[in-house]
Design a protein. Sequence first.
Length: 88
Amino acid sequence: MEENYLFKLDNATIKALQSKVGAKADGMIGSETIKKLQEFLNSENGAGLAADGKFGTNTIKALQNYVGVKADGAFGPLTAEAVKTKFA
C-alpha cells in the first residue's frame, strides 16, 4: 500500500488549504476538511464528487487535476508538493 502524503503536509499548507476551501483553518485534516475540499473541487472543477468527507481515489484524482499533476489516485510526494504550491 502506498503512503498517503496528505497527512505529511506542513501546518501552514493545511491551514491555507482549509481557508481556500472554506473549512475551519485549524491545521487538522478530518472529515469536515475533506468534505469542504470535495465541495470546493465540485464547484471549481465540476468534479462530481460525493461530499462524504472520505479521502478516496476519486477525491485524490480530482485534487490532482486541480493542482495540475497526473491524476493517478495516489497522493504521493509530487501531489503533496503541487498542493503546497497551489494552496500556500
